[in-house]
Design a protein around this ligand. Structure first.
Ligand code: SF4
Length: 457
């Protein structure tokens, strides 16, 4: 189905490209984002898929080939990649596994070398491990051109928006499964749009805008009752565990099941942070006036403008859920972990937690892998941050693939969030779709409450 009339031809890599004729697998970190990224690779003419859904075998394989010292996401991704390698007819020479990397204080920089080592030891040394680097804002996809990087950014921002729409509507749906359906259909639409996109950036943006507006219409038609009674829980934490439902045992859905609405930190925040780090590192290396610095600043500027343009379609929907700029996040973290003395997700966790508290959330949950350095440092500072923000309840949930009574723990935490809600000094702003509550309150005053549902607009 052709959804948009393009003015230029679809972009393809040539037969001489190192990835031509190969299949790229990307870890299924976040539902939506990874499918969208794969669609961009297919737009380039490269076969790409997310790793298949994780299951018990993922944990079994991951545990068998790790020592227990590795971070939980390393175990999950290793297990998922090995499952692919063990499929009948698997061709190592035609396979590429994507595994990002970075320098810096935590163990993420070890994931790619570790994966290469395991693959070599298991006889899969022919598999190529593609490793974009966080120090360059994940922009160095080998010799792909800037068009790919820009399109990948569009894909990630659009997927963040779809996830936000899902989290905003699912807790309030009156017909179970409708919000998930709207998300799935919108994601399919987005992937198709990205894959069929043309090489003219203006035309790209216009087809993407049309796709997001269709998504908006789908979510608006989800039957829902926005009654404002649900506590809003901000979700921060380690990026993989926070976004990967298998790793965190569907914590967000469980919170929703207890009566919460969740506001999750998205992927774009991390990319913006790595862009900032890139500039800082160039300065430290005495390359403040270099070609790399110009490239980095230009990329950030274009990314900001494109993100703003896509998010501006949802200004009304996202009233009260506005995303902070990365400078604001870092500024809010400064009293606790002064950047750049401290770096990484602990900085964004703390800065965002302060931002969320000030914007009226009723509690904050940090989702991290067990023994995650960022999670442990953040946990040590949360009590102080909580005191500074009217004793807002902040709770770390750690995951390592073991079973525990998660629903009981969520229930206990949720009671704290409910009681904070009654006394919090920071009020939320609500989008207009919640206005039916006030109308109903007026009607109740006259003893005529209709209890009707209202669409988003
Ligand atoms: S952020 Fe935590 S889980 Fe992720 S690599 Fe670093 S230490 Fe490991």
């Amino acid at each position: 189905m052709q959804l948009h009339k393009h003015c230029c031809v679809t972009r393809k890599v040539g037969a001489g490209h190192p990835l031509a004729g190969k299949t790229v697998y990307i870890p299924a970190m976040a539902e939506g984002s990874v499918e969208a990224l794969c669609a961009v690779l297919r737009w380039m003419g490269i076969e790409a898929h997310p790793t298949p859904p994780s299951d018990a075998r993922t944990l079994e394989l991951g545990s068998k080939h790790t020592s227990g010292d590795e971070c939980f996401p390393a175990r999950i991704t290793t297990g998922d990649f090995l499952q692919i390698a063990q499929q009948p007819g698997f061709n190592a020479k035609h396979t590429v596994f994507m595994m990002g990397t970075t320098d810096g204080p935590c163990r993420f920089g070890q994931y790619a070398p570790f994966l290469r080592k395991i693959l070599r030891e298991r006889g899969y040394g022919d598999i190529q491990v593609l490793s974009p680097h966080g120090e360059h804002g994940y922009s160095d996809f080998q010799d792909f051109d800037t068009a790919f990087v820009r399109m990948a950014w569009h894909a990630l921002v659009a997927a963040d928006i779809l996830r936000k729409l899902l989290l905003q509507s699912r807790p309030y749906e009156t017909l179970m499964g409708e919000a998930d359906r709207a998300f799935r259909e919108s994601l399919e639409d987005l992937c198709h749009t990205l894959e069929q996109s043309c090489s003219n950036s203006r035309c790209q943006m216009s087809s993407l805008t049309a796709s997001l507006l269709r998504a908006r219409a789908r979510f608006h038609s989800v039957p829902a009752r926005f009654d404002g009674s649900r506590p809003l829980i901000g979700i921060v934490g380690e990026i993989f565990c926070r976004l990967n439902n298998f790793s965190n045992r569907d914590l967000v859905r469980r919170l929703e099941g207890q009566g919460a609405e969740c506001w999750m930190a998205d992927i774009a925040e991390w990319i913006a942070y790595t862009n900032l780090e890139e500039v800082r590192n160039l300065r430290l290396a005495g390359r403040a006036y270099s070609w790399e610095m110009i490239q980095s600043k230009l990329r950030s500027r274009i990314q900001n403008a494109d993100e703003h343009s896509l998010r501006s379609l949802f200004v009304e929907d996202f009233v009260g859920y506005e995303e902070p700029g990365i400078e604001e996040v870092i500024g809010l973290a400064r009293p606790y972990l002064p950047f750049p003395g401290a770096e990484g997700e602990m900085v964004t966790n703390l800065g965002r937690s302060a931002y969320l508290a000030m914007h009226g959330v009723d509690g904050i949950v940090d989702i991290s892998p067990f023994t995650c350095m960022n999670g442990v440092v953040s946990e040590a500072i949360y009590p102080k941050l909580s005191r500074d923000y009217a004793d807002i309840p902040i709770r770390n949930f750690y995951f390592d693939g073991q079973q525990s009574d998660l629903d009981r723990d969520i229930g206990i935490y949720f009671e704290l969030a409910r009681s904070y809600r009654e006394r919090k000094p920071y009020q939320r702003s609500y989008p207009s779709r919640f206005s039916w509550q006030e109308e109903n309150a007026d009607m109740r005053n006259y003893g005529r409450s209709s209890g009707r549902c209202k669409p988003w607009h």
